[in-house]
Design a protein around this ligand. Sequence first.
Ligand code: PMP
Length: 429
Amino acid sequence: MTPEEILAGDREHVWHPYAPLPPAVPPYVVESARGVRLRLADGRELVDGMSSWWAAIHGYRHPVLDAAVVDQLGRMSHVMFGGLTHEPAVRLAGTLVELAPPGLERVFLCDSGSVAVEVAVKMCLQYQRATGRPERHRLGTWRGGYHGDTFHPMSVCDPEGGMHHLWSGVLPRQVFAPAPPGDFDSPVDPAYEAALVDTVERHAHELAAVIVEPVVQGAGGMRFHNPHYLRVLREVTRAHGILLVFDEIATGFGRTGTMFAAEHAGVSPDVLCVGKALTGGYLTLAATLCTAEIARGVSADGVLAHGPTFMGNPLACAVANASIGLLRAGDWAGEVSRVERALRTGLAPLRGAAGVRDVRVLGAIGVVQLDHEVDLPAATAAAVAEGVWLRPFRDLVYTMPPYLTDDADLGRITAGIAAAVAAGRTHRP
Ligand code: PMP
């Protein structure tokens, strides 16, 4: 198909994420991707500042990941997981248990982040029922979060700022504490800590679990917080028999500088959701890990009634094993701190620039928050003109590049961000 035919077909039939059909602005046609570059159909090459929604941590066409998929393809691409098992899944489950914070020993494989959160919720509700506390059926969280687009995950997204305010009144009503204040290294706010504890304690009789994104609230606003608040949540939930769920779908596998963001706080949740970078961005796969105690409780009550068709997909598990193998064999922590340094240096000039409210960097995440809604088409086009792929949202122009992005390409990304920020300002309504 020619690029024009692709765009015409796209406009006619294809629904894109978070968009009307047809979309207000046509998408860019990608022909291929290699290393940290996307090649557009018109021949332009863009340095990818997004890692394909934060997943492609090793970039594209990585020889080790490509070989893992090809090798697995030669055995089987898929078999059902009901009544059958296989080495790629068993190996992956064992590796996840080894890597995850201590105590998370049982693994449910599923096919996307939102489903991993659904499974986590189901585990928690079912565990509370199985242990004689069916009245504990609500979830607690803090504002500013994001946990996915299916209905239960939407119910714990930020009810106002998030993308799901349309559904208030339809979604289960959950318990919200205020959003964590400050930044990663801001001092602990004792008043906030007290408010957090108070919210959980007031609702303890009806809470099955508290679910949060540790350290980085991603799609809810790209905000960072002091890991101390996770210790506070760990203590208050444990004291009241409430389960604690960490959604590390965005933060897992090194993005914040530790393998899992929970490590910044030195705490283990009862349930952990991972996805996105799990397969190095190659295939859709996620996992929900839980303690042996939760698995025992749920199983005493019967079964966990969940079983996606593509559960434990062997291709996805094989490439996940290879992606984690690359992390373990290489110096991912050194790479992420190099990216962090480059983002700090490259984004520093934007601090205090007109229209910029805040600039923040943590691990391989760089965020410029504006004082106005970004003009998405103008900002995207400005970054593309600089040879960079970015996907700003709301008032945020940000990057989460692949870890192996070299310093020259990180310079291009920060220049692309500066151009996107300036373009957004020019087109300010
Ligand atoms: N939780 C978090 C923290 C996420 O960032 C996302 C995706 N942005 C999800 C859940 C949902 O994952 P998926 O898009 O794979 O359903």
